[in-house]
Design a protein around this ligand. Structure first.
Ligand code: IVH
Length: 683
């Protein structure tokens, strides 16, 4: 146990690289404490329970604290009774009668960062030191000076000697942004860069950097929460008063800090903060209660290194360790395939967790999570539990191969057996089954029914949930097979509304090809693309049978869109759905395929000005664009031609000034016909 605790304390305190969750360390620590309590003969001076571990890093100079930096006793009872127990102990120590007034406390957040002592001499910051073992810390002044929130100079009413203690931490959003930058650096091939597991480790790593330039790039913050050595003659009555004064001298004091009278208000504070915990911009692992009066603090005194007048009241840990029993692949509403770790049940973040997302194949591979591994699971608030990392030390010999989704699924969606696909630049594998895939049914139906698609009024998500969950509807054509009886038996569905739905369905059958195409919810096919496709090909069959090359001829259709369309229509299931939709009576007017004009004017820029003899400006614009030209609103040196009609204005002057060729409507039409200028002289 000693070796285990020494090792992990070293990983945590010295290397800033913990390999196990804090809760696991605490658990073993407490086991050892209990064992030593029962068998005092086992207690040795070098036991991890006998000192707070922390060593001075090579390169940072040691700093002896004028007044030791204490730790706080932890109340492990995470229920409200933790606060009541503390208050009862205080009242007993102070020998207060039952009817004596409630004790005044200060309730604070327990920030999850690292403790720091700031020393000001003659109102100038001269030293910042980590806690270290409580007696001796490390000089990190060069890094702490980079924290903007920490005053470098104090106002004139501050005493000539002042030590302020508090917590250096990193905000969660800053942490995420920083990790994102780290990932980019790593992707760009930077050596020696890594991402961080959580804000606390990132903050600890930054504070103990030898190079303050690196620390300055890590977005650190600070909250003051107590005093160290203070010039003689400076007297505060209470902790609350001290905090208010620190604030007035420019120190950040958390606005979560409150005065609380007696156990009742402590309990209320604990409850309120528990509810707000996930909305805070930074991590906390509990709250801290402190007797406010310094006179009472003095009477209460200390037990070894811990003051009797303060306690840390923890919340359930948001990280725990457990083992991976299997890795499943789940199909989401949009066809996204998500690897999910099936876990040995573990109590974390207040609930028992048996599943944790691995996000995507790349994440699973980066974290190298395998079946059989011991992992750290995190669940904060209502967020889906996730695997933070693997405890590699505990990896068994018979661990599974790294995750390879394609191999695992033999290339097939586990729900519908359609082909799975992954675009080059995308992180996610997806099922190409679309409409046919049961996992994607609800989403597909809602998309199909929306106003800009088939516009089936009244078919909202509540109804779709019931229809799909009840097995009434499996594919889109089933919608059109609904009868009054099957609808009217649903929850909260009167005969009148059932009739309305049927009428809406009937009405939706007469549609347009572009609405229909958009309604299919094919990846990458938005409304505009659907319109272009419908216009270009004229009929559904032509689109279904188009080769990628033919698809690429359509305006704004690039390789990704073309590929997505091909993949969709190559699935026999999807073709079957098309047949059935036509069979149930969905129709639209098919048009002739548009004949694409030869792009004779591509690369040329035109500016139109004045009134033309036969064409409107819009007509002229359409014709030019159809031939591949660009039509711009202003004349520049890059303009190829200015087409001038009657009453042309300043654009014509500009063209003359810049020496741009000016033509009239007839010359423009000739240009469109031949693709080459038939101009003898500039007009
Ligand atoms: S007071 C004598 N207040 O918790 C009391 N500590 O073991 C000295 N911490 O290392 C500490 N938030 O880093 C205090 N509001 C708070 C705190 C806090 C976090 C940390 C501190 C210390 C540990 C106590």
């Amino acid at each position: 146990m000693h070796a285990f605790l020494h090792h992990h304390a070293h990983q945590y305190y010295v290397l800033d690289d913990p390999q196990i969750p804090d809760a696991e360390y605490d658990r073993v620590f407490k086991l050892l404490q209990a064992l030593e309590a029962q068998h005092p003969e086992l207690l040795t001076p070098d036991s991890p329970t006998q000192r707070v571990i922390g060593a001075v890093m090579d390169g940072l100079s040691p700093v002896r604290h004028a007044i030791p930096m204490l730790s706080i006793r932890t109340e492990t009872d995470t229920e409200a009774s933790g606060a009541e127990n503390f208050d009862a102990r205080i009242r007993k120590e102070l020998e207060l009668a039952d009817d004596a007034p409630p004790v005044e406390y200060v309730a604070e957040l327990k920030f999850d960062g690292l403790a720091m002592s700031l020393r000001y001499e003659n109102r100038i910051l001269v030293q910042a030191a980590t806690r270290g073992d409580g007696e001796t810390g490390e000089d990190v002044t060069h890094n702490i000076r980079t924290i903007h929130q920490i005053p470098l100079k104090l106002p004139a009413d501050a005493p000539p000697l002042l030590e302020v203690r508090g917590e250096v931490y990193m905000r969660r959003d800053e942490f995420e942004a920083m990790n994102e930058r780290q990932r980019e650096k790593i992707a760009a091939g930077a050596k020696g860069e890594k991402t961080f597991v959580n804000p606390r480790n990132a903050a600890a790593g930054a504070v103990r950097q030898l190079d303050s330039k690196i620390a300055a790039q890590r977005p650190l913050s600070f909250f003051a929460y107590s005093l160290g050595e203070v010039a003689e003659g400076v007297v505060f009555e209470s902790h609350w008063q001290a905090l208010q004064t620190l604030k007035s001298w420019g120190f950040p004091v958390s606005d979560g800090t409150r005065q609380a009278r007696g156990a009742t208000e402590l309990v209320a504070y604990h409850r309120r903060i528990a509810a707000e915990r996930d909305q805070l911009p930074f991590d906390i692992d509990g709250v801290v209660y402190k007797v406010s009066s310094f006179a009472l603090q003095k009477r209460l005194g200390f037990v070894t290194r811990e003051p009797r007048w303060a306690v840390a009241h923890k919340y359930p840990a948001q990280e725990q360790m457990t083992t991976v029993l299997a890795i499943d692949i789940q199909v989401g509403r949009t066809g996204k395939l998500t690897p999910v770790a099936k876990l040995a049940p573990v109590f974390v973040g207040g609930v028992t967790v048996t599943n944790a997302t691995l996000h995507n194949e790349g994440e699973a591979q980066r974290k190298d999570v395998r079946v059989g591994d011991t992992v750290i699971v995190r669940r904060a608030g209502d967020v889906i539990p996730e695997v933070v990392g693997v405890v590699l030390e505990k990896r068994p010999d018979d661990v599974s191969e790294p995750l390879n989704i394609y191999k695992r699924l033999s290339g097939q969606c586990p729900e519908c057996q359609s082909a799975i696909a992954k675009e080059e630049d995308e992180a996610d594998w997806r099922c190409t089954g679309g409409l046919f895939c049961p996992a994607q049914r609800k989403q597909a139906i809602l998309h199909f029914a929306q106003r800009r698609a088939l516009e089936i009024e009244g078919l909202g998500d509540k109804l779709v949930d019931q229809l799909v969950d009840g097995g009434v509807i499996k594919t889109l054509p089933d919608l059109y097979r609904l009868g009054l009886t099957s609808l009217a038996t649903l929850d909260r569905m009167a005969e009148k509304s059932a009739k309305n739905i049927l009428a809406a369905l009937e009405k939706s059958k007469q549609t347009t090809l572009n609405r229909f195409l958009y309604g299919l919810g094919i990846r990458q096919i938005g409304e505009a693309t659907a319109r272009d496709l419908a216009k270009h090909f004229g009929s559904l069959d032509a689109i279904m049978d188009a080769t990628e090359e033919q698809l690429l001829e359509v305006n704004d259709v690039g390789p990704i869109v073309a590929h997505s369309l091909r993949t969709f229509f190559e699935q026999p299931h999807n073709r079957e759905v098309m047949e059935q939709l036509r069979a149930v009576g969905i129709t639209w007017e098919e048009g002739e395929p548009a004949v694409r004009a030869p792009q004779t004017l591509s690369g040329k820029t035109f500016v139109l000005t004045g009134t033309f003899p036969t064409l409107s400006r819009d007509q002229a614009k359409d014709m030019l664009e159809a031939a591949g030209a660009k039509v711009s609103g202003s004349v520049s040196k890059k303009t190829s031609y200015v087409v001038a009609g009657a009453d042309a204005g300043s654009k014509l002057d500009k063209a003359t000034e810049l020496g741009v060729t000016v033509i009239d409507e007839a010359q423009m039409l000739a240009l469109l016909a031949s693709g080459a200028p038939s101009i003898s002289s500039a007009a």
